[in-house]
Write a protein that binds this ligand. Structure first.
Ligand SMILES: C[S@@+](CC[C@H](N)C(=O)[O-])C[C@H]1O[C@@H](n2cnc3c(N)ncnc32)[C@H](O)[C@@H]1O
Length: 217
């Protein structure tokens, strides 16, 4: 389910050719590239859920022409923006339509890495459980799941900004809001992944899970 949530600082600007530009995506691009580029697989397919404007996947694909990138988003305006940002990048497929919280998408979406940036606070707990299960199914053995965003830490909203953001989200839809990083780590560990947490700027986290790796990450 796509929820129409308005949050301060997340407005997107339209460019002439269908490209949308989100200032937060531009701000967090550098730190996200720094963490992901050394960890992406050496070859294969990278699936992104909730690609949004397409700014992140376009930059990743430009840096890694040896990988095949598969952006997705359930919103057709975002898909047009993704395709516009990625025009001229032969290693990026046309944006696909995946609702990450609906069971069944993994069947047709095999990948060596799955990326999820700034989505989990926009979905319900039930949709999160489906997303994690589907992402795990979609990944090849040894595959990488990378999840970026703001999170609760051991159930706690750990900064004034996170508390305000979570309250803003819940005021619009009580089913959504910041998820707990420790809970996600537990689910992924039970699924057999090795999990690493990387602290990111502005109290964000990158949760990295390697499938079938036990504690080897
Ligand atoms: C905050 S934006 C993040 C976009 C991009 N990843 C970024 O960081 O710039 C959230 C995106 O999630 C998409 N979205 C909302 N609900 C979704 C769902 N259930 N499954 C997949 N994507 C969803 C929206 O269409 C939107 O593009």
């Amino acid at each position: 389910m796509i929820r129409r949530v308005i949050t301060t600082g997340t407005r997107v600007e339209a460019d002439g050719d269908g490209r949308l530009i989100a200032a937060p995506a531009a701000r967090n691009l550098g730190p996200i590239l720094d963490v992901l580029l050394p960890r992406l697989p050496r070859r294969g397919d990278v699936l992104e859920l909730a690609s949004g404007t397409g700014q992140h996947i376009a930059a990743l694909a430009a840096h890694r022409p040896d990988l095949s990138f598969h952006p997705t988003d359930p919103d057709p305006t975002r898909r047009a923006s993704i395709d516009a940002h990625c025009r001229g990048l032969p290693n990026v497929m046309p944006a696909g339509d995946i609702d990450a919280g609906q069971a069944g998408w993994a069947v047709e979406a095999g990948a060596d890495a799955v990326l999820v940036v700034n989505l989990l606070h926009l979905i319900s707990d039930g949709e999160l459980a489906i997303l994690l299960d589907e992402a795990h199914r979609a990944m090849s053995p040894g595959g990488l799941l990378a999840i970026y965003g703001p999170f609760r830490r051991d159930g706690i909203l750990s900064s004034p900004g996170d508390r305000a953001f979570d309250a803003d989200l819940r005021a619009q839809d009580e089913a959504i809001g910041l998820k707990d990083a420790a809970m996600i780590e537990t689910v992924l560990t039970v699924l057999g992944c090795a999990v690493e947490m990387v602290e990111m700027p502005a109290n964000n986290l990158m949760i990295l899970a390697q499938k079938d790796a036990g504690s080897a990450l």
